[in-house]
Design a binder for this molecule. Structure first.
Ligand code: ARG
Length: 462
């Protein structure tokens, strides 16, 4: 096998170099280069702290900090040559720093280990994602609020079991998603706050004998405080799991609306028109306009939740503290984050562009005996009937309408009275879908006035 020289960063005790396959399985540079900016940010904070506490000289710290900026600009400009032999982003950056500034570079790793370094870099990366996640959710919620406000009074069928249940308003349906994504937003904020403790200075696992100031690095990197236990600090990946859990729930919410869009945009439903910019055609069937974006969003939850499960399985049963298994954390999180951000943006774009077909929504709202509950409620209110009896009478009327091939409002008063003679003309006032939705003024109900209250409340809240 290969006979290369040993690793320049940790090869002191190694006589021979690595097998190529060992190098391939060991290296993470292929993916962790995405954390270059965070790695350099963390190292600059660490160097400043080492100088402040007198562990290295001010001049060495200044040299290191300047050199790190040079490395960063090389990476950002695409002028950096990443090396697999140098394993990961941490050693690639440090090795290049050494080439640029020489001896002081070797002092950067004082009182630190790659274990606290990687935990810090990764946390900074995930924290940025939570911030982007928050912005994506805010934009998505705003798009739903616009739809809800415009269509607060548009009637449509409400479904249970995907069977027509009771009429609802378009605004009410949109606001249901505002509630879901609003909870996602609060989970994002909650997760960000909980994860915001700095691992840097935990060193390999036990802390360090150098007089470091962990509060200083924590503050410099925007963390609320240093993580309180060094063993936990280097072996905790809860923050990544929590990000992916929140992302999974959000992706599940996205998939539910995506599925509704797939159904609603079909020729059989025609509830919405998706814009050309978020649809595709078929290469063989010229008439087709496919809701591909919605379908892909519907699928992303599989990928995101899959990543969450994968990392959960990696972490399960790992003894304290760091184990190399944990290097398997990043690709899962990167992929979940990329998928989530894309799905959020695509959904926001689709909602902004979609047009509700009000005529079809309204026609569908009145079909399928959707005001049967209103009729039963009328019998309770007007005739003081127990609800169970009213339910039974209404059931007979539905059966009669079904037999006649008409909807409930098309029955005559005589038809109604043949089932129950106390029914009066007044009953017809509750059989229209407009009256049905307007009457549902209970808090959180579907009445247009209630929907507008909720829209305003969310606008004030955001
Ligand atoms: N590339 C490693 C990772 O992603 C960095 C930490 C390596 N630490 C170690 N003790 N080998 O986890």
């Amino acid at each position: 096998m290969s006979n290369k020289s040993s690793n320049q960063m940790w090869g002191g005790r190694f006589a021979a170099g690595q097998d190529a396959i060992m190098e391939a399985i060991n290296a993470s540079i292929g993916f962790d280069k995405r954390m270059a900016q965070q790695d350099i940010q963390g190292s600059r904070a660490h160097a400043a702290m080492l100088a402040e506490t007198g562990i290295i000289t001010d001049s060495d710290a200044e040299t290191i900090r300047e050199g790190l900026l040079t490395v960063l600009s090389e990476i950002e400009d695409g002028n950096f040559e990443f090396s697999t032999a140098l394993e990961d982003i941490h050693m690639n950056v440090e090795a290049r720093l050494k080439e640029i500034v020489g001896e002081p570079a070797g002092r950067l790793h004082t009182a630190r280990s790659r274990n606290d370094q990687v935990a810090t870099d990764f946390k900074l990366w995930v924290r940025d994602q939570l911030d982007a996640f928050e912005q994506g959710l805010l934009a998505l919620i705003a798009a739903f609020l616009d739809q809800a406000e415009a269509g607060a009074a548009w009637v449509m069928p409400g479904f249970t079991h995907l069977q027509t249940a009771q009429p609802v308003t378009w605004g009410h349906h949109m606001m249901a998603y505002v509630e879901m994504f609003g909870r996602d937003l609060s989970r994002v904020r909650d997760a960000r706050e909980r994860m915001n403790e700095c691992p840097l200075g935990a060193a390999a696992l036990a802390g360090t004998s150098f007089p470091i100031n962990r509060h200083m690095t924590a503050a410099a990197l925007g963390f609320t405080r240093p993580a309180a236990n060094s063993l936990d600090a280097v072996s905790d990946r809860d923050f990544a799991l929590e990000f992916m859990s929140v992302a999974s729930i959000c992706a599940m919410h996205l998939s539910r609306f995506a599925e509704e869009l797939v159904i609603w945009s079909s020729a059989q439903f025609k509830f919405v028109m998706l814009s050309d910019s978020f649809s595709t055609g078929s290469s063989i069937m010229p008439q087709k306009k496919n809701p591909d974006a919605a379908e892909l969003i519907r699928a992303k939850v599989g990928r995101i939740f899959g990543a969450n499960v994968a990392l959960m399985m990696v972490m399960k049963g790992l003894p304290l503290a760091y184990s190399k298994d944990m290097q398997e954390d990043k690709e899962q999180v990167f992929d979940a984050a990329d998928s989530l951000m894309l799905a959020l943006a695509a959904m926001e774009g689709m909602i902004k562009d979609m047009t509700a077909n009000r005529d079809n929504l309204s026609a569908a709202a009145g079909s399928g005996f959707s005001t049967a509950t209103d009729l039963a409620d009328w019998l309770v209110r007007a005739l003081n009937m127990p609800f169970r009896d009213a339910h039974h009478v209404t059931g007979s009327l539905v059966a009669m309408a079904e037999q006649k091939g008409c909807d409930l409002p098309d029955l005559t008063l005589a038809d109604m009275q043949s089932v129950h003679d106390a029914i009066t003309d007044d009953v017809f006032s509750v059989l229209t879908v407009e009256n049905s939705v307007a009457s549902r003024m209970s808090y959180g109900g579907t009445a247009p006035a209630q929907v507008l209250v909720q829209v305003q409340m969310w606008k004030d809240r955001l």
